[in-house]
Design a protein around this ligand. Sequence first.
Ligand code: ASP
Length: 354
Amino acid sequence: MVKILTYFIAIFFLFGCKNEEKSSSEVITTSEISIKKKENFGIVIHGGAGTILKKSMSDSLETAYKAKLKEAISIGYEILKNGGTSLEAVTHTINVMEDSPLFNSGKGAVFTHEGRNELDASIMDGKTLKAGAVAGVRHIKNPINLARDVMQNSEHVMLFGAGAEEFAKGLGYKMMDTSYFYTQNRYESLQRVLEKEKAQNEKKVSFEDPYIKNSKFGTVGCAALDKNGNLAAGTSTGGMTNKRWNRIGDSPIIGAGTYANNATCAVSSTGWGEYFIRSVVAYDISALMEYKGMTLQEAASEVIQKKVPALGGDGGIVAIDKDGNVAMEFNTAGMYRATMNSEGELVIKIYKEE
Ligand code: ASP
């Protein structure tokens, strides 16, 4: 009897342990899956949208753009790969493009009507829905950093002009001489636009002549998803050539130029700012996902291919959703753009047909 009892007890323990083993291995499997899920990071960038045509681009310039896009996105990719936050990736990636004269942001910013450079930038954290923006700054080398400081080190969302620079001084920012932002080709662009504007005024041609439209591309932006499932987006620009009266475009406007929400996606816009503000482009893409259940690609096409052009605007967006899906949507001839997924696969493109 004792023998039989011992036998049953032994059987019971054996099964018990097996079950425990099974369930603990399930736990391991589950956590492996969730770790894998979290590994699903990604990054996407733009360097502006507009009339970017292969026939008007030299091979060397095309190579230079692609190399800079690659350098910028690789910095963000490495940050994400090493477990850094999407906010860090967005900031450092944008810094590379801000420091390059190829893009209309930081060094390389376009000129205002008066021959100045006035810089705008914004950033948003999809986890907390916190955001920061600066507009019309004239002495800040990397406006995206200041936007991030507004978000993280002030109780405000947006600071403008001299006040924004006072805030920056308090944080120890170096004030750049305005000559730092001077680039010959941007200055020449302003002169060309001024000449055309003069001719236009004489002929009384409408303000919506395409030359005005096409004198603004080169803004930079980035959207990223990190290993913890946090989304962030940022945008930095010099605005539009020949802008005046302290004109501010969409780039520093949260919801228009930049938006991020962990529940949906992170978006950075580029294009004719007035239309992007009126269409609330970045937020509209997120809202279409949230309230209509659209995919990121569906929402991006709806806004960029239908809503913005219906008003007469042009431009594009880059975006990434909470699952790492990417959209690079534009209704212009081209958009400097690149993306990298967690596998390290890199795509860099400029023109529509590529
Ligand atoms: N959206 C920017 C602005 O209107 C310009 C651009 O993206 O090229 O200021």
